[in-house]
Ligand binder design. Structure first.
Ligand code: ZN
Length: 144
């Protein structure tokens, strides 16, 4: 049993909350520190993983990035009948900002549980994950 997200639902999610940083792209950093080159990738997928764990420390699932068929969903969450870890699948064939939104949407399904649908428990989980993501992204050091 599971859920899948279609384009109309993704647009709804984007209108609720954006997971895309409003800071200039130039702040993503390649810089030289102490004579040694260093690359710091401010990875939004890792930020989202950590943010979801900030909000829900017990969150336990597998996230896969997959190529869906052209007419397929943008993401889906499966709750295995045997009670094993839920599996989230996120499309890679869409813009990265869309993949991040989809991952957040599907993680909210994992938090809320299968029977919650897109009801209040899912809404609350999505909002909590978004808030944690914004807090985590805001904590990135400025790169000048
Ligand atoms: Zn959904």
């Amino acid at each position: 049993m599971g859920y899948s997200i279609q384009l109309s639902e993704l647009r709804l999610a984007v209108s609720r909350a954006s997971f895309v940083s409003t800071r200039p792209v130039a702040e993503a950093g390649f810089f030289v520190s102490g004579g040694k080159a260093q690359m710091d990738i401010q990875n939004p997928i890792e930020d989202l993983r950590l943010a979801a764990l900030d909000a829900y420390p017990g969150l336990d699932c597998i996230v896969r990035f997959v190529s869906f068929p052209e007419e397929g969903p943008f993401g889906e969450t499966f709750f295995p009948d045997d009670g094993s870890r839920p599996v989230v699948q996120v499309a890679v064939g869409i813009p990265l900002e869309g993949s991040i939104e989809v991952m957040a949407h599907e993680l909210a399904h994992v938090v809320a549980g299968h029977d919650a649908g897109h009801g209040p428990a899912w809404e609350a989980a999505f909002a909590a994950i978004h808030a944690a993501y914004v807090a985590r992204a805001a904590a990135h050091p400025e790169v000048g």
